[in-house]
Design a protein around this ligand. Structure first.
Ligand SMILES: C[S@@+](CC[C@H](N)C(=O)[O-])C[C@H]1O[C@@H](n2cnc3c(N)ncnc32)[C@H](O)[C@@H]1O
Length: 255
Protein backbone atom coordinates (compact mmCIF):
# COMPACT_ATOMS: atom_id res chain seq x y z
CA UNK A 1 0.00 0.00 0.00
CA UNK A 2 1.32 3.46 -0.88
CA UNK A 3 1.64 5.77 2.12
CA UNK A 4 -0.18 9.12 2.12
CA UNK A 5 3.09 11.03 2.26
CA UNK A 6 4.36 9.29 -0.90
CA UNK A 7 1.29 10.54 -2.77
CA UNK A 8 1.66 14.01 -1.23
CA UNK A 9 5.32 14.15 -2.22
CA UNK A 10 4.59 12.89 -5.72
CA UNK A 11 1.94 15.58 -6.18
CA UNK A 12 4.26 18.21 -4.71
CA UNK A 13 7.03 17.30 -7.16
CA UNK A 14 4.66 17.12 -10.11
CA UNK A 15 3.50 20.64 -9.29
CA UNK A 16 7.01 22.10 -8.83
CA UNK A 17 8.96 20.18 -11.46
CA UNK A 18 9.08 23.17 -13.81
CA UNK A 19 11.02 25.17 -11.17
CA UNK A 20 13.81 22.56 -11.29
CA UNK A 21 14.39 22.41 -15.03
CA UNK A 22 17.08 25.11 -15.25
CA UNK A 23 19.04 23.70 -12.31
CA UNK A 24 18.81 20.22 -13.81
CA UNK A 25 19.96 21.40 -17.24
CA UNK A 26 22.98 23.19 -15.79
CA UNK A 27 23.97 20.07 -13.85
CA UNK A 28 23.58 17.85 -16.91
CA UNK A 29 25.93 20.20 -18.80
CA UNK A 30 28.60 19.84 -16.09
CA UNK A 31 31.04 17.02 -16.73
CA UNK A 32 32.11 17.01 -13.09
CA UNK A 33 29.88 16.25 -10.12
CA UNK A 34 28.96 18.70 -7.36
CA UNK A 35 26.68 18.23 -4.41
CA UNK A 36 23.89 19.86 -2.50
CA UNK A 37 22.85 23.40 -1.86
CA UNK A 38 26.41 24.82 -1.83
CA UNK A 39 27.39 22.90 -4.97
CA UNK A 40 30.39 21.41 -3.17
CA UNK A 41 32.70 19.85 -5.79
CA UNK A 42 33.09 16.09 -5.84
CA UNK A 43 36.84 16.73 -6.06
CA UNK A 44 36.60 18.12 -2.49
CA UNK A 45 34.37 15.39 -1.01
CA UNK A 46 35.32 12.24 -2.92
CA UNK A 47 31.97 10.52 -2.43
CA UNK A 48 32.10 8.49 -5.64
CA UNK A 49 34.35 5.60 -6.65
CA UNK A 50 36.86 6.84 -9.25
CA UNK A 51 35.96 4.31 -11.92
CA UNK A 52 32.57 2.77 -12.44
CA UNK A 53 33.27 0.90 -15.67
CA UNK A 54 30.95 -2.08 -15.86
CA UNK A 55 29.29 -1.20 -12.54
CA UNK A 56 25.53 -1.14 -12.08
CA UNK A 57 24.24 1.94 -10.27
CA UNK A 58 20.78 2.81 -9.00
CA UNK A 59 19.63 6.30 -8.08
CA UNK A 60 16.65 6.49 -5.73
CA UNK A 61 14.66 9.70 -6.28
CA UNK A 62 16.61 10.91 -9.30
CA UNK A 63 14.67 14.11 -10.01
CA UNK A 64 16.04 15.60 -13.22
CA UNK A 65 18.63 12.82 -13.38
CA UNK A 66 21.92 14.70 -13.29
CA UNK A 67 23.53 12.52 -10.59
CA UNK A 68 22.74 9.50 -12.75
CA UNK A 69 24.37 11.27 -15.68
CA UNK A 70 27.58 11.81 -13.69
CA UNK A 71 27.61 8.08 -12.84
CA UNK A 72 27.08 7.22 -16.49
CA UNK A 73 30.00 9.47 -17.47
CA UNK A 74 32.17 7.41 -15.08
CA UNK A 75 31.20 4.25 -16.92
CA UNK A 76 28.23 2.90 -14.94
CA UNK A 77 25.04 1.42 -16.30
CA UNK A 78 22.38 3.36 -14.45
CA UNK A 79 18.79 2.74 -13.40
CA UNK A 80 17.19 5.94 -12.13
CA UNK A 81 13.95 5.78 -10.15
CA UNK A 82 11.55 8.59 -9.32
CA UNK A 83 7.93 8.80 -8.23
CA UNK A 84 7.10 12.00 -10.15
CA UNK A 85 6.06 11.80 -13.82
CA UNK A 86 6.88 15.48 -14.31
CA UNK A 87 10.40 15.18 -12.93
CA UNK A 88 10.98 12.08 -15.06
CA UNK A 89 9.71 13.93 -18.14
CA UNK A 90 12.48 16.53 -17.65
CA UNK A 91 15.05 13.82 -16.98
CA UNK A 92 14.06 11.88 -20.09
CA UNK A 93 14.13 14.97 -22.29
CA UNK A 94 17.62 15.82 -21.03
CA UNK A 95 18.78 12.22 -21.45
CA UNK A 96 17.66 12.31 -25.06
CA UNK A 97 19.44 15.55 -25.80
CA UNK A 98 22.67 14.22 -24.23
CA UNK A 99 22.39 10.80 -25.95
CA UNK A 100 22.30 9.12 -22.56
CA UNK A 101 21.37 5.46 -22.01
CA UNK A 102 20.14 5.86 -18.41
CA UNK A 103 17.10 3.67 -17.78
CA UNK A 104 14.41 5.75 -16.06
CA UNK A 105 11.72 3.99 -14.06
CA UNK A 106 8.70 5.52 -12.37
CA UNK A 107 8.29 4.08 -8.90
CA UNK A 108 8.43 4.51 -5.17
CA UNK A 109 11.93 4.14 -3.73
CA UNK A 110 10.45 2.60 -0.58
CA UNK A 111 9.13 -0.39 -2.52
CA UNK A 112 11.73 -0.67 -5.25
CA UNK A 113 11.20 -3.86 -7.27
CA UNK A 114 14.78 -4.59 -8.40
CA UNK A 115 16.34 -8.02 -7.68
CA UNK A 116 18.43 -8.70 -4.57
CA UNK A 117 22.14 -7.84 -4.97
CA UNK A 118 21.47 -6.06 -8.26
CA UNK A 119 23.67 -2.99 -7.83
CA UNK A 120 27.28 -2.08 -7.14
CA UNK A 121 26.29 1.43 -6.13
CA UNK A 122 23.06 2.92 -4.79
CA UNK A 123 22.89 6.68 -4.47
CA UNK A 124 20.50 9.37 -3.36
CA UNK A 125 21.16 13.08 -3.27
CA UNK A 126 18.10 14.68 -1.66
CA UNK A 127 15.91 11.97 -3.23
CA UNK A 128 14.90 8.99 -1.09
CA UNK A 129 17.47 10.31 1.39
CA UNK A 130 15.12 13.21 2.20
CA UNK A 131 11.63 12.30 0.94
CA UNK A 132 11.30 8.65 1.99
CA UNK A 133 11.02 7.06 5.39
CA UNK A 134 14.52 5.79 6.25
CA UNK A 135 13.03 2.77 8.02
CA UNK A 136 11.47 1.80 4.68
CA UNK A 137 13.88 2.84 1.95
CA UNK A 138 17.19 1.92 3.60
CA UNK A 139 16.38 -1.79 3.98
CA UNK A 140 15.41 -1.82 0.27
CA UNK A 141 18.64 -0.09 -0.72
CA UNK A 142 20.65 -2.60 1.33
CA UNK A 143 18.74 -5.48 -0.24
CA UNK A 144 19.47 -4.45 -3.84
CA UNK A 145 23.16 -3.82 -3.12
CA UNK A 146 25.77 -6.49 -3.80
CA UNK A 147 28.00 -7.41 -0.87
CA UNK A 148 30.92 -4.99 -1.03
CA UNK A 149 28.77 -2.46 -2.89
CA UNK A 150 28.34 1.13 -1.70
CA UNK A 151 25.47 3.34 -0.65
CA UNK A 152 26.05 7.07 -0.96
CA UNK A 153 23.45 9.36 0.54
CA UNK A 154 23.38 13.14 0.75
CA UNK A 155 20.78 15.14 2.63
CA UNK A 156 20.17 17.83 5.23
CA UNK A 157 22.17 17.63 8.43
CA UNK A 158 19.85 16.88 11.37
CA UNK A 159 21.13 20.03 13.10
CA UNK A 160 19.77 22.19 10.28
CA UNK A 161 16.39 20.46 10.60
CA UNK A 162 16.34 21.18 14.35
CA UNK A 163 17.13 24.83 13.64
CA UNK A 164 14.58 25.35 10.84
CA UNK A 165 11.95 27.84 12.05
CA UNK A 166 8.40 26.57 12.54
CA UNK A 167 7.21 28.44 9.44
CA UNK A 168 9.78 26.47 7.42
CA UNK A 169 11.32 29.67 6.08
CA UNK A 170 14.81 29.84 7.50
CA UNK A 171 17.46 28.00 9.45
CA UNK A 172 18.21 30.09 12.54
CA UNK A 173 20.42 29.93 15.64
CA UNK A 174 17.45 28.84 17.73
CA UNK A 175 16.57 25.21 18.33
CA UNK A 176 13.00 24.81 17.00
CA UNK A 177 12.30 21.11 17.49
CA UNK A 178 13.53 18.01 19.27
CA UNK A 179 16.78 16.48 18.02
CA UNK A 180 16.07 13.07 19.52
CA UNK A 181 12.51 13.17 18.18
CA UNK A 182 13.57 13.65 14.55
CA UNK A 183 11.86 11.39 12.04
CA UNK A 184 9.01 12.74 9.91
CA UNK A 185 8.75 16.46 9.17
CA UNK A 186 5.44 17.43 7.59
CA UNK A 187 5.57 20.81 5.81
CA UNK A 188 2.31 20.37 3.91
CA UNK A 189 0.27 22.64 6.20
CA UNK A 190 2.50 25.72 6.12
CA UNK A 191 0.57 28.93 5.43
CA UNK A 192 3.28 30.27 3.13
CA UNK A 193 4.64 27.98 0.41
CA UNK A 194 3.61 24.59 1.80
CA UNK A 195 6.16 21.87 1.11
CA UNK A 196 6.12 18.09 1.24
CA UNK A 197 6.82 15.48 3.89
CA UNK A 198 10.50 15.03 4.68
CA UNK A 199 12.50 12.68 6.89
CA UNK A 200 15.64 12.88 8.93
CA UNK A 201 17.10 11.18 12.01
CA UNK A 202 19.52 11.92 14.82
CA UNK A 203 23.05 10.78 13.97
CA UNK A 204 22.87 7.90 16.44
CA UNK A 205 19.59 6.71 14.93
CA UNK A 206 21.09 6.86 11.40
CA UNK A 207 24.04 4.80 12.60
CA UNK A 208 21.82 2.24 14.34
CA UNK A 209 19.73 1.88 11.19
CA UNK A 210 22.83 1.34 9.04
CA UNK A 211 24.08 -1.34 11.40
CA UNK A 212 20.72 -3.10 11.41
CA UNK A 213 20.91 -3.28 7.60
CA UNK A 214 24.51 -4.51 7.29
CA UNK A 215 25.76 -1.15 6.11
CA UNK A 216 29.16 -0.23 7.52
CA UNK A 217 30.09 3.44 7.72
CA UNK A 218 33.00 4.28 5.43
CA UNK A 219 32.82 8.05 5.88
CA UNK A 220 30.61 10.82 7.22
CA UNK A 221 30.92 14.28 5.71
CA UNK A 222 29.48 17.30 7.52
CA UNK A 223 29.21 19.92 4.83
CA UNK A 224 30.38 23.47 5.39
CA UNK A 225 29.42 26.43 3.18
CA UNK A 226 32.21 27.69 0.90
CA UNK A 227 34.78 30.26 2.12
CA UNK A 228 33.52 32.90 -0.22
CA UNK A 229 30.24 34.51 0.84
CA UNK A 230 27.20 33.55 -1.22
CA UNK A 231 23.52 34.26 -0.71
CA UNK A 232 21.36 32.06 1.50
CA UNK A 233 20.44 28.76 -0.16
CA UNK A 234 17.04 27.16 0.46
CA UNK A 235 16.64 29.17 3.68
CA UNK A 236 20.14 28.41 4.96
CA UNK A 237 22.13 31.62 5.55
CA UNK A 238 25.74 31.37 4.41
CA UNK A 239 27.01 32.57 7.84
CA UNK A 240 25.03 29.85 9.63
CA UNK A 241 26.47 27.19 7.38
CA UNK A 242 30.02 28.45 8.01
CA UNK A 243 29.50 27.77 11.73
CA UNK A 244 27.29 24.68 11.63
CA UNK A 245 26.84 21.78 9.23
CA UNK A 246 23.80 22.32 7.01
CA UNK A 247 24.15 19.08 5.04
CA UNK A 248 25.72 15.68 5.43
CA UNK A 249 26.80 12.77 3.28
CA UNK A 250 27.25 9.16 4.31
CA UNK A 251 29.31 6.66 2.34
CA UNK A 252 28.42 3.12 3.44
CA UNK A 253 29.72 -0.31 2.51
CA UNK A 254 27.34 -3.24 2.26
CA UNK A 255 28.79 -6.11 4.30
C1 LIG B 1 15.33 17.32 -4.93
S1 LIG B 1 14.91 15.99 -6.05
C2 LIG B 1 16.36 15.00 -5.95
C3 LIG B 1 17.04 14.94 -7.22
C4 LIG B 1 18.26 15.76 -7.40
N1 LIG B 1 19.43 15.12 -6.85
C5 LIG B 1 18.12 17.14 -6.88
O1 LIG B 1 18.69 17.47 -5.81
O2 LIG B 1 17.42 17.96 -7.53
C6 LIG B 1 13.82 14.99 -5.08
C7 LIG B 1 13.17 13.90 -5.93
O3 LIG B 1 12.74 12.85 -5.07
C8 LIG B 1 11.59 12.30 -5.68
N2 LIG B 1 10.84 11.49 -4.72
C9 LIG B 1 10.11 11.91 -3.66
N3 LIG B 1 9.55 10.85 -3.05
C10 LIG B 1 9.93 9.74 -3.73
C11 LIG B 1 9.68 8.34 -3.59
N4 LIG B 1 8.89 7.88 -2.61
N5 LIG B 1 10.23 7.50 -4.48
C12 LIG B 1 11.01 7.95 -5.50
N6 LIG B 1 11.27 9.27 -5.69
C13 LIG B 1 10.76 10.15 -4.80
C14 LIG B 1 10.82 13.51 -6.16
O4 LIG B 1 9.86 13.19 -7.12
C15 LIG B 1 11.94 14.39 -6.68
O5 LIG B 1 12.11 14.24 -8.05
Amino acid sequence: MTSDYVVQNRDFWNAYASDWVARGEAAWRSKTAYWGIWETPEAELGLLPEALNGAVAVELGCGTGYVSRWLELRGAEVVAIDVSQAQLATAQRLAQSFSSSIQFVRGNAETVMLPDQFADLVISEYGAALWCDPYRWLPKAARILKRGGQLVMYTNHPLSVVCLTADGEQVSERLSRSYFGLHKQDWTQLANEPGGVEFNLSLSNWLALFKANDLRLESLHEIRAPDQKVQAQFGVPWGWARDYPSELAFVLNRC
